[in-house]
Design a protein around this ligand. Structure first.
Ligand SMILES: Cc1cc2nc3c(=O)[nH]c(=O)nc-3n(C[C@H](O)[C@H](O)[C@H](O)COP(=O)(O)OP(=O)(O)OC[C@H]3O[C@@H](n4cnc5c(N)ncnc54)[C@H](O)[C@@H]3O)c2cc1C
Length: 531
């Protein structure tokens, strides 16, 4: 990770700053012990500098006061939601810094099921939000990434996260209709229709889209304290279909057609060999623990029990000898609508694909927010690298990747590195291509804290493996370059993806002036997005 210039501060200045912050929000919410700081300065891939403190305000007023105190003393602020990203996005690049933890900003301020919006504080998890909205028979039109048991609404909107609802409705940013943001000078900005006193937060498209400027900023422009999301009624009926394909172009064509007709709400798949690797470990989707989670999560336990029994009956029969497996989740406001969607999916996927047991599809619908798996099969470390490309580029990207893999084959074997590819969609036109690199290494504290002891006990921790990590870094750069060559875009940009590379000069210059107008001392997550 590249370092930013370290601001100078004397010991007594630091002591005064920390005391100031404790006076503002309470001693227990300004944590300075080494273990907590080290943990907070990690993401799923690696670690940043140890900051001065981990600071957890509980409301907008406290957040604003903390930001003002940090700004006065030129202290950098790295905002952390659930810490579930892997692009160095919230990792301190200097020690004269605080990590601002949003976990206490977790209230759901207003649910308006009539006007279809919810205003939620940024640190609320997607699981917490979904459970509350369910009571009102609504959900956000994007309703979370798969890490949503731990990851926050603020983190997702700052990164443009995708998955639940994304095939039909796009990313977290499409669902966002307004923001409350604390700026570097401590002022509080409100975007969307709620920016005027008598107006509710129901609408985004009112004048220039200032909401959009802060979405996907990786926290470079300010700290989101609250987010308003568009709601939709919960579906009445849902199901999932799973297909196997022998070749990538056929899979791609089926996904393209199903996406553009909006008959599937979520589409995701993987190389069969990855599913087999996962199925060989204790996190297997059809183990008893997972089934109990499904029944516990369900608001219709009897119906879920039927699905569980079906899964148990099908066992691992979906793991055939094909090369790719893909799942299409679908829903309807009535049985008739659902059946029509299922028929269209079968029409498009059945041409070249073979329908298999829908184990993974059903499990995902029943348990959309499982415990986040931050370790791979057999306890290897993991690094996902993704890109969103137009359908017209996806075949070449896959071919380029196959060539790159062949080039690195010996090196990977030497270091016991596996690389597999997973697929998903975002909206009608975005094909999400993601490869996941696995390598044997020791487990960071974050991983031990995130995974259950039960699962960790069944995995093997390797010794520290800096050589393999170096090879992973090298392969990572080649893959990111390949994505760039194929016109790929990214969410979760952080400090990993080349957002500023060859970017149109006028637009980059405008973005830089927005940044320096809002944050003249470059204290808000300095260096992220390449700013
Ligand atoms: C097992 C697993 C599954 C995952 N599944 C998905 C998936 O399905 N889809 C997907 O898109 N991603 C997925 N991810 C990646 C990641 O979890 C998501 O991108 C998630 O949205 C990150 O949210 P977070 O709260 O953990 O953010 P963090 O990692 O804490 O932060 C991410 C970025 O947002 C900024 N930020 C956080 N909160 C705020 C705020 N309030 N104001 C301003 N900036 C802020 C941070 O500074 C940082 O730049 C997955 C990760 C794991 C480990």
């Amino acid at each position: 990770m590249s370092s930013q210039p370290v601001a100078q501060a004397t010991e007594s200045e630091v002591t005064a700053l920390l005391q100031d912050m404790k006076d503002l929000i309470g001693d227990e919410h300004v944590v300075t012990d080494e273990a907590s700081l080290t943990l907070a300065a990690q993401d799923v891939y690696r670690s940043g500098h140890t900051p001065l403190a981990l600071v957890s305000p509980s409301n907008t007023k406290e957040t604003s006061a903390i930001v003002s105190a940090a700004s006065r003393t030129k202290t950098a602020i790295f905002t952390r939601g659930g810490g579930m990203s892997y692009t160095d996005a919230h990792l301190p690049t200097q020690s004269h810094a605080i990590i601002l933890d949003t976990s206490r900003l977790n209230r759901i301020r207003k649910i308006n099921a009539h006007d279809l919006y919810v205003t939620v504080e940024a640190g609320c998890t997607w699981l917490q939000l979904e459970q509350e909205l369910r009571k009102h028979s609504v959900r956000s039109i994007f309703w979370g990434p798969m890490s949503g048991k731990v990851s926050s609404v603020g983190g997702a909107v700052s990164q443009g996260a995708v998955t639940l609802g994304s095939s039909r409705n796009g990313s977290s940013i499409s669902a966002t209709i307004g923001l409350e943001v604390v700026l570097a000078d401590g002022s509080v900005m409100v975007t969307g229709s709620a920016g005027q006193p008598e107006h509710s937060a129901f609408y985004r498209e009112y004048g220039p889209d200032l909401t959009g400027v802060f979405c996907g900023d990786s926290g470079a422009l300010g700290i989101k304290t609250a987010i308003t999301l568009r709601l939709e009624p919960l579906p009445v009926k849902s199901t999932g279909l799973s297909y196997s394909f022998d070749d990538f172009p056929s899979l791609l064509e089926a996904v393209r057609l199903i996406s553009r007709h909006k008959v599937s709400t979520e589409i995701f798949g993987a190389e069969t060999r990855l599913v087999k690797m996962v199925a060989g470990t204790p996190d297997l989707m059809n183990d008893a623990r997972q089934m109990l989670q499904m029944i516990k999560h369900s608001d219709k336990p009897l119906a879920t029990l039927g699905k569980v029994l079906n899964i148990a009956k099908n066992g691992r029969s979906f793991l055939d000898n094909s090369k790719y497996l893909i799942n299409f989740l679908t829903e309807g406001a009535s049985k008739r609508e659902l059946n029509a969607n299922v028929a269209r999916i079968r029409e498009f996927a059945g041409n070249k694909g073979v329908e298999t047991a829908n184990t993974v599809a059903v499990m995902t619908q029943e348990t959309p927010f499982p415990d986040p798996m931050v370790l791979g099969p057999a306890g290897k470390r993991l690094l996902p690298l993704h890109t969103i490309v137009p359908y017209s580029q996806a075949n070449q990207l896959q071919q380029g990747f196959d060539a790159l893999l062949a080039e690195h084959d010996e090196l990977c074997k030497q270091h016991d590195i596996d690389i597999c590819v997973v697929y998903a969609t975002c909206g009608t036109a975005g094909f999400l291509w993601e490869c996941v690199i696995y390598w044997p290494d020791e487990w960071p504290e974050l991983h031990k804290k995130t995974m259950s002891a039960e699962i960790l006990n069944l995995m093997n921790e390797a010794d520290a493996n800096p050589e393999a990590q170096q090879v992973v870094d090298q392969i990572k750069e080649s893959i990111i370059d390949l994505m760039y060559q194929h016109g790929g875009t990214h969410y979760q940009i952080g400090r990993t993806y080349p957002y500023t590379r060859e970017r149109n000069e006028a637009s980059l210059s405008l973005l830089k002036s927005i940044k320096s107008r809002l944050d003249p001392d470059n204290l808000m997550n300095p260096g992220v997005l390449g700013l």
